[in-house]
Design a protein. Structure first.
Length: 177
């Protein structure tokens, strides 16, 4: 027999407890994301899997914004975030801080997500690109790796927030062993 748990039975952390808990060393870098709903959804995913931060770049919207809040459901208050005018600055800073720059894109030479190896001491900056144009070419020059979600249907892409959810969940499992 199954019974849906109430909010209180789930044992969720308070925002203060979340802020103080150990995070996985994963930062999602959003480059020129047009949809505020996609941005909010990535915040919510990063909260769910205790990611270190979200970096918002270019035209990507920033909190506070009604449409981001609609999908983030408060995650903009728990997940650390920064804004950069362009993604090159964010990625360069992360690379100089020891983060492995990993693009999430269908590209020649990419590694399938399931085959991507996360080492115990890795810190990863996962770059997600614009809904129409993907990741800009210059970021490919700065990348350490490129991962791809295998797909078996007729479409050539997934919504960016869905892709983020799949990738962050998979990477969080790899970080947690």
């Amino acid at each position: 027999m199954f019974r849906k748990l109430s909010i209180h039975e789930m044992g969720r952390l308070s925002p203060e407890e979340f802020k103080n808990q150990k995070k996985i060393p994963l930062i999602c870098v959003l480059e020129d994301i047009r949809s505020h709903h996609n941005t909010g959804s990535v915040f919510r995913t990063c909260d769910a899997f205790a990611c270190e931060a979200v970096y918002l770049c270019g035209i990507t919207g920033t909190p506070p914004h009604r449409d981001i809040h609609k999908t983030a459901l408060g995650a903009t208050e728990t997940v650390n975030w920064k804004y950069y005018k362009n993604a090159v600055d964010a990625v360069t800073e992360l690379k100089n801080s020891g983060y492995k720059i990993v693009l999430l894109e269908i590209a020649e030479g990419s590694t399938l997500l399931d085959d991507f190896v996360v080492n115990p001491d890795d810190k990863i900056a996962l770059v997600l690109g614009n809904e129409v144009n993907g990741i800009t070419d210059i970021l490919f020059e700065l990348a350490d790796d490129c991962i791809e979600i295998p797909q078996y249907g007729t479409k050539h892409s997934l919504n960016v927030s869905v892709s983020a959810g799949i990738a962050v969940w998979t990477l969080s499992k790899k970080f947690r062993g």
